[in-house]
Design a binder for this molecule. Structure first.
Ligand SMILES: *Cc1c(COP(=O)(O)O)cnc(C)c1O
Length: 345
């Protein structure tokens, strides 16, 4: 078999959810949008539901449909994009809860599905989704009369502990929700770690569940093992890969791995990334190809059968730094070709 193996530790995801849950008095939900950040929303959400999670967040109604099929009728499934044209049947038939972002969406929702629950999103400064203070004050009374199940907002800089936007958005949220007696939610992973003042009734962690920063104490969740197809000797001056991207400075042993940028192994990480065989860090040699990667295994002293790109030696955030991106993008880029193995759950 030459496909890489992606191992997802569901027990670690559950442990991370419990650790974040222990930080707040209120309920802890789970952001499982984008297929649970690429790790498999059905498996992840079922494991979390068994551990006691009752509230899930997805980006679009189609994700909500698949999640409802995986979870059955009990849990709350919020759709962050709200109620878009064409979403009515999915929301209605599967009991999804749209997070209404504008007056337009509210009218669409109330007309299509009168008396069906929804949430409201307020924009407290991120300028991405939700009603701004002026729009909100104009329709607040009408909106509240519809009994929203949740009022929420989202922080722009929660992963930066001392950023001035955090207290600013918190104060704006407190202002805009003054006198509302429905449940409130503001915190993603970063905000859950900031301070209890950000927790309100429900937190919505995503990346922390999956082992990513800013949850420093998170248990690692993914390992990625890549088979070696072939090894060869090269003499000083010989090159490896497209564009002669790497030149041997010493007699070297090169292993060719069965994975590439088509598997989400971002080409830009090439010059700085390592893989590991046992405890030895091995540098990538040359450009990452679509389906293949060259690695300098000289220092290992033998030919490995497989190497590890993600695991105890290299986290999603370490790899993200090598690629000039963030752990979120490493996870959501993980390829469709991997053999996926789930531990626990
Ligand atoms: C993605 C998302 C979350 C989860 O954010 P993390 O930083 O991954 O914890 C929470 N709330 C909203 C609105 C989101 O879009």
């Amino acid at each position: 078999m030459s496909t890489p193996t992606l191992t997802v530790d569901l027990n670690a995801i559950v442990a991370n959810w419990r650790a974040l849950d222990a930080l707040s008095e209120g309920e802890t939900g789970a952001a499982v949008k984008a297929d649970a950040y690429g790790l498999g929303a059905d498996r992840v959400a079922r494991a979390l539901a068994r551990a006691g999670a009752r509230t899930f967040f997805v980006a679009v109604a189609e994700e909500g449909v698949a999640l409802r099929e995986a979870l059955g009728p009990g849990p709350a499934i919020y759709v962050l994009s709200g109620h878009m044209p064409g979403d009515g049947d999915m929301i209605g038939d599967l009991g999804l809860l749209p997070v209404i972002n504008s007056l337009d969406q509210m009218i669409r929702h109330v007309e299509a599905l009168p008396n069906r629950s929804f949430a409201l999103q307020l924009d407290t400064g991120m300028n991405r989704l939700g009603m701004e203070p002026s729009e909100w004050s104009a329709i607040r009374d009408i909106a509240l009369a519809q009994n929203p199940q949740l009022i929420m907002s989202h922080l722009a800089c929660a992963d930066e502990r001392d950023h001035a936007m955090n207290p600013q958005q918190l104060n704006q949220f407190l202002d805009m929700t003054q006198g509302c007696d429905c449940p409130l939610s503001l915190a993603n992973t970063g905000a859950t770690l900031l301070d209890p003042a950000y927790h309100f009734d429900l937190t919505r962690p995503g990346i922390g569940l999956y082992g990513g920063l800013p949850f420093v104490e998170a248990r690692p969740v993914v390992t990625l093992d890549i088979p070696v197809i072939q090894c060869r000797d090269v003499v000083p001056g010989e090159t490896v890969g497209y564009g002669d991207g790497w030149v041997a400075k010493r007699p070297s042993r090169i292993a060719t791995l069965s994975a590439g940028y088509a598997d989400g192994i971002i080409r830009a990480m090439g010059p700085r990334a390592h893989v590991h065989a046992e405890d030895t860090a091995l540098p990538v040699a040359g450009r990452i190809s679509m389906d293949l990667i060259g690695v300098d295994v000289t220092d290992l002293g033998h030919d490995p059968k497989s190497v590890q790109l993600l695991g105890p030696h290299q986290s999603i955030d370490t790899l993200a730094t090598a690629a000039g991106t963030i752990g979120y993008e490493i996870l959501t880029s993980l390829g469709a070709r991997y053999t996926r193995r789930y531990l626990g759950g």
